[in-house]
Design a protein. Structure first.
Length: 584
């Protein structure tokens, strides 16, 4: 049996991933399923080509670093603080529920408490790669549901990093069964928190001042290669610094590095440079997971595998739905977050490797996590696609729907009454405009409308955003803009214009229809990503449409024009032209 190295892994791995990814897509499955199958074919459990697993894992780590750096580019601390009320307690409670179930399952089947602890921790952590991929594919990454899911996962990652720092400190005592003193535990926790705080300070504070200055200098050289190299260096240096100096994860370091670059004026270009590399190496992550899959283990230990898988696809989602509902978010948000987190990811392998190297777990626990990861990753796009069906089923059970919406309805009703009263009692004589969504586009629209003397009323699905806007003295309504009664509460019947800033074309079309029913004379402005969504919006009554594709193209053309105008105008010598033509 021959072991293939770097070039062979890239050639055979990418080739099989392309083939099986295409086949999976053709039959209606996610390409992820094809990538996992390709990894299984080049793994040690299948005859023929066998890839170097250590090298493949290193390449997969590159994909995780690039992915988390890209997340950091577009994820600002304000986003996490916006959902901190649900992300922090939710992630902690869900991790605790999965961990306790893992301990109970392991001990019931003859494994030790420590093995159950690491199994439960591993099952509680979701994959960043999978979560971002399914949210992007379903168009929910930029919604409130996606923001909550990403914030939740960031908290999970930080929690996992604390565990990775604590395990080497407390592991030997746990393995020896000598117990752990409270003093030692407090010292270990304090040390872990101190390391994370130092990492945060170094990357965010120091890097936040150094990186924008460095990027400005690099951009002034007008060298695309140097710019790309600077972005890659920032991603990998922060990742390696986090891992080797602060005992954190590569992923967390890369995420913080991305947040630093994201504060600069070149963050969008940096993200564009990373996309091809990120996507290619993310495929290698799925290949590496598929390589670890051993079907024989399913027959050897079916009990622990089945129970662990049920924890991932039942216990975690149920805990997530209940937590999100109790904290006052919508059922759609609860089901979306639950579906996106119903899988096991890369941090689980890191936890298992750490536990195995310390002698805390057997090969069985490591194999269970691998099997659960492979099956849950393959099934996760299916879960996400069936969120609307699950929500419809919940609506059909009145007692369940009432239970899930009890806290949400109480909170929103209270805020809606206050906000709607403010909107209705607004004595401003200024003409009114209604804005759907208060993201970056919505904020810009509000400032423009105010500049031209219109009174903006904001409609948003984030109850925290609406509450904050109310405290700031702005007119805001909580609700779905596709519902006519919500628009009427916002005063759509008296509005001169309606600005739809949500990126979902179907949702924008529904909102446009509802608005036109209430106020046919009003002008409606909307944004959408793609040209092919234009006809849908026009048929729904939208008057003016801004296409993101067109906006990017215009901005690019203007940037090129400015760049060319700034270049010194030199007339080439005839001999030089001749020389070039001769070379061609």
């Amino acid at each position: 049996m021959h072991t293939y190295h770097l070039l062979e892994i890239l050639a055979i791995g990418f080739g099989l991933a392309l083939l099986f990814g295409y086949m999976a897509r053709r039959v209606g499955l996610s390409p992820i399923v094809g990538y996992l199958a390709a990894g299984f074919l080049i793994g040690p459990n299948m005859p023929g080509f066998v890839a170097d697993s250590d090298l493949t894992n290193n390449l997969a780590e590159v994909g995780i670093i690039l992915l988390m750096f890209g997340v950091g580019l577009h994820f600002h601390m304000e986003d996490l603080l916006e959902v901190k009320g649900v992300a922090i307690p939710g992630a902690i409670v869900q991790c605790l529920a999965a961990t306790l179930c893992g301990i109970a399952a392991a001990m019931a089947l003859g494994y030790s408490f420590v093995e159950g602890l690491i199994l439960g921790l591993g099952l509680s952590v979701a994959s960043t790669v999978v979560l971002l991929r399914v949210l992007t594919d379903s168009g929910k990454l930029d919604t409130i549901h996606g923001t909550v899911a990403v914030g939740w996962l960031v908290v999970e990652d930080i929690f996992t990093v604390l565990m990775l720092v604590l395990l080497p400190a407390v592991g030997p005592s746990l393995a020896a069964g000598t117990g752990l003193s409270v003093t030692m535990l407090l010292w270990s926790v304090s040390l872990a928190i101190a390391k994370l705080a130092m990492l945060w300070g170094l990357v965010i504070v120091v890097g936040g001042r150094l990186m924008p200055w460095l990027l400005k200098k690099i951009v002034q050289t007008r060298s695309q290669e140097l710019f790309t190299l600077t972005v890659l260096a920032a991603a990998f240096l922060t990742a390696v610094t986090a891992a080797y100096i602060f005992n954190a994860s590569f992923a967390l370091g890369a995420f913080l590095g991305g947040m630093v670059v994201g504060k600069s004026h070149v963050s969008h270009q940096a993200g564009a440079e990373l996309i091809p590399l990120r996507d290619a190496f993310a495929v290698l992550f799925f290949l590496s997971v598929g390589m670890l899959f051993n079907p024989a283990f399913l027959l050897e230990r079916p009990g622990i595998v089945l129970i662990s898988f049920l924890i991932v696809i039942l216990i975690k989602p149920l805990a997530t739905v209940l937590i999100v509902a109790v904290l006052g978010y919508s059922v759609t948000t609860a089901f979306t977050v639950a579906a996106s987190l119903a899988q096991v990811g890369e941090f689980s392998f890191i936890l298992a490797q750490t536990g195995y190297s310390l002698g805390l777990i057997s090969q069985d626990i490591y194999s269970v996590l691998i099997v659960c990861a492979m099956v849950s990753i393959a099934a996760n796009p299916f879960f996400m696609n069936h969120v609307p069906a699950a929500e419809a089923w919940a609506k059909g059970n009145s007692w369940l729907w009432h239970l899930l919406n009890y806290r949400t309805a109480a909170n929103t009703e209270k805020i809606k009454e206050i906000c709607e009263q403010d909107v209705q009692e607004c004595n401003s004589e200024a003409p009114r405009a209604v804005i759907a969504g208060y993201g970056p586009a919505g904020k810009k629209a509000v400032s423009i409308l105010e500049k031209y003397g219109l009174e903006p009323v904001i409609v948003d699905m984030n109850i925290n955003t609406v509450s904050e806007l109310h405290h700031q003295g702005k007119l805001a309504i909580y609700g779905d803009v596709s519902r006519e009664e919500v628009l009427k509460a916002a005063g759509i019947e008296k509005a001169l214009c309606f600005v739809i800033t949500i990126p979902d074309a179907a949702g924008a079309a529904a909102a446009s229809v509802a608005a036109k029913n209430s106020n046919p004379r009003m002008e409606i402005f909307a944004r959408t990503r793609f040209f092919y969504d234009g006809e849908l919006l026009r048929q729904s009554g939208t008057d003016c449409i801004v296409f993101e594709e067109e906006a990017v193209a215009n901005e690019l053309a203007e940037t090129i024009a400015r760049h060319l105008e700034q270049r010194p105008k030199e007339t080439p010598k005839p001999s030089e032209n001749t020389s070039v033509l001769q070379k061609l």
